[in-house]
Every structure is written in C-alpha cells, then in structure tokens.
Ligand binder design. Structure first.
Ligand code: NAP
Ligand code: F7E
Length: 333
C-alpha cells in the first residue's frame, strides 16, 4: 500500500522539492498551508498538481490534530518555520512560537493522534553559531547567535526528548545552508543571483549587501531533501548532519555569480549597514560523514554548478517574463 506523508512548510523551498521526491517514490503527499488565502498555496499546487493541500498553522494545536486525523500520514516532515535569521531578530517572540514551540505542537499532536507516525525535524547549522570546533558534526556543542538559532536548538532538543520519553521515531536533520532556483529572494544567494541577472539585463545597477566575509557551507536543496527521506527509513531514529563539507564566503559567491555573466561584482556591490545583523555566524562547515556511512547519502551538485544553475534560472525567468524588453522600450528615446 502507498505510504502517506504530511509536510509542514509545503510552500517553502524545501517543501516543494521534498513533495516532488516523495511523489516520485509513490507516496501520497499532503502539505499544510496556513492563512485564509495564501497565494503561495496556488503556486505550489500549480507546480505539483498531485499534491493534496490541507489547512493548518504551527500556532494552532487543534488545526495540527485535525490535519493528522484527515491525512492519516505514516511520516510527518516538519519544515514550517520563520526561517529568515535577519527577521528572527525583529520578531524574536514569534520565532520562538513557530520555529521553536511549533515543533512541540506537532510532536504532541502526533503523540495524541498516532505515536507510530515517524517524524522529521528540520534542524539547522545555525544552532552551532559561534562554532566550538571545525568542521561541525552531530556531537558539536550548540552556541546559537540569533533568536532563530536558539529556537531551532529548542526544537532539536524537544525532538530528542520525545524520542527518548515516548519511544517515538523522531529524527532531526541538522542541515547546512542549501539553495536552489526556488530559494526565497531574501536569502543572500538568491538575492545575488537574481540581482546579478537583472544587472546583466540592464534592469538594475547596484546590489546592496551586508557582511561579505561570512562563510557558509552551501549545497543544493534537491540533494538535501533526499537525506530527509532516508533518515525516516532507518530502523533506529537518529540525528544526522547534512552538508557539502566545503565553505565559501559571500564574496566568493559574488565572484562566481557575476563572473558567470561576464561582470565584475566590485563594480556593482555596495555594502549597506542595514543588512548587518546584531550578531553574526562567521563561518560554518559541516562534516556529513555519518550520513554518508549510515544513510549512503551524498550530494550531487557542487558549489560552482549550484551558482550557475541559480544564475541561469534567474536569467531565463526574467527574460521569459519580458522584464528586459519592457525596460529597453521604457528607456528608448
Ligand atoms: P522557507 O522557504 O522559508 O519556508 C518556510 C515555510 O514555513 C513556508 O512554507 C511557510 O509558509 C511556513 N510557515 C511559516 N510560518 C508558519 C506557520 N505559522 N504555520 C505553518 N507554516 C508556516 O524555508 P526552507 O528553506 O524551505 O527551509 C525548510 C525548513 O528547514 C525550515 O524549518 C528552515 O528553518 C529549515 N532549514 C533550512 C535550511 C536552508 O538552508 N534552506 C537549512 C537548515 C534548516 P507560508 O507560505 O505560510 O509563509
Ligand atoms: O545569510 C550574509 C549574512 O540569510 C547568509 C537559512 O536558510 O541557512 C540560512 O540562514 C550569510 C549571513 O542565510 C546579506 O549576514 C550578507 O552571514 O542567506 P542568509 P543564513 O543566515 O545562513 C541556515 C542554515 C538556516 O537554517 C536558515 O533558515 O550572508 N549576508 N549580506 C546577507 N544575508 C542576507 N540574507 N542578505 C544580505 O543582504
């Protein structure tokens, strides 16, 4: 019989890739959407017609119980969160409510409705924050540097706690940054590739950024959702780091993206203090050795190919939307 999965955060980057991956494996897939008329629900439904959407909110316990009772999933993937670190400084309490306490709401709804449901928690390398060792692995202590990182650390610990207290098959994937053409425009990679493409097409002149020295371990989202699924197929629940093992600076990302378009980033980038954070995570690099050994997981797309994939996708989208020709005719004499 086909297995059933319920994904929170279905309208986000990872939600859509995971839904596609699970449908390809023969799953029936349900996605939780919030709000009375969430425009992103229509977008994801158009992209993935076989997906079944159901209403619910990580703020609202009874909506989660109702979603579990309606979808009757074998597996729940909790991807819903306030996931933008910069926003978490401005909405620290809301971030605690959704990114942190939201995890307990889902876990407790599962405990009540059917504790045999397997549960995946989207933990984050942001929990390592001011890193205690390099590279970071499953045993590296946490030192979060933002309300987001602190809320994720809580979500991580409560997942382990439900596993140990109630024998639930609850796992936590500690994922390092992963990107794609579907990445939100607020994140630095997509902000760079989208603006670089606009500059190339004559639609923009400058790109305003914050800290160019920050280093991240960037992988491809399509590779990382495979790891989420693999974690829930193991006989014993456990936690895994998922990472590429390479670290690159924002500056290196800029050079790769602008370079691909034959542009010099130095001619366009302006450092703007508005994009600096009250506390920064300077450098992250993960050790995914355990996931490689136990899950047999490995990434397929490397840093250079990821940057080109994102730049090319933004160029294609902008060209197809007619933005470039509209700008040319507007500026014609
Ligand atoms: P994303 O694109 O920002 O998506 C976040 C999702 O959460 C959206 O679907 C959003 O739905 C949903 N959401 C927000 N508030 C909600 C609420 N109150 N109730 C229900 N859903 C709510 O994030 P992503 O990049 O796909 O990441 C997926 C998960 O992995 C997140 O938990 C993120 O923190 C974590 N993570 C991401 C990375 C990464 O590099 N991408 C790395 C480590 C961990 P709306 O359409 O309603 O806003
Ligand atoms: O920032 C620097 C910024 O917002 C990366 C989320 O998916 O990954 C993501 O969190 C770096 C930071 O991602 C700008 O200061 C410079 O050092 O793309 P980001 P993030 O904060 O690493 C983790 C693993 C998650 O779990 C999160 O959910 O880039 N940076 N200038 C900038 N960042 C942004 N957004 N905008 C700038 O203008």
């Amino acid at each position: 019989m086909a297995r059933t999965a319920l994904i929170t955060g279905i309208t986000g980057q990872d939600g859509s890739y995971l839904a596609e991956h699970l449908l390809a494996q023969g799953y029936e897939v349900w996605g939780l959407v919030r709000g009375q008329n969430n425009p992103r629900a229509a977008t994801v439904q158009r992209l993935i017609p076989d997906l079944r959407l159901i209403e619910g909110d990580l703020h609202d316990q009874s909506s989660l119980i109702a979603a579990l009772e309606a979808a009757r999933p074998d597996e729940v993937y909790n991807l819903g969160a306030i996931s933008f670190v910069a926003l978490s400084f401005k909405q620290a309490i809301n971030t605690g409510e959704i990114t942190g306490l939201g995890v307990t709401r889902v876990l407790d709804a599962i405990r009540v409705v059917n504790p045999r449901i397997r549960f995946y928690q989207a933990s984050s390398s942001e929990m390592f924050g001011k890193v205690r060792e390099t590279p970071q692995n499953e045993l590296t202590p946490f030192h979060p540097r933002s309300p987001y990182g602190a809320a994720k650390a809580y979500g991580h610990h409560i997942t382990v706690n439900y596993r140990e207290s109630y024998g639930m098959h609850a796992v936590s994937g500690i994922l390092f940054n992963h990107e794609s053409p579907r990445r939100g425009m607020e994140f630095v990679t997509r902000k760079i590739t989208h603006t670089a493409a606009r500059i190339k097409l004559g639609l923009e002149r400058e790109l305003r950024l914050g800290n160019l020295d920050a280093r991240r371990d960037w992988g491809y989202a399509g590779d990382y959702v495979r790891a989420m699924h693999l974690m829930l197929q193991q006989s014993e629940p456990d936690d895994y780091v998922i990472a590429s093992g390479e670290s690159h600076s924002v500056r290196e990302f800029l050079a790769a993206a602008f370079g691909h378009l034959g542009l010099r980033w130095e001619d366009h980038v302006v450092v703007d203090e508005r994009f600096l954070r009250p506390a920064e995570v300077d450098v992250l690099v993960g050790d995914a050795g355990k996931a490689r050994r136990v899950l047999g997981w490995q990434p397929g797309v490397g840093f250079a190919d990821l940057v080109v994939m994102m730049v090319e996708s933004d160029l294609r989208e902008l060209t197809a939307s007619g933005a470039a020709s509209a700008s040319a005719s507007a500026s014609a004499p």
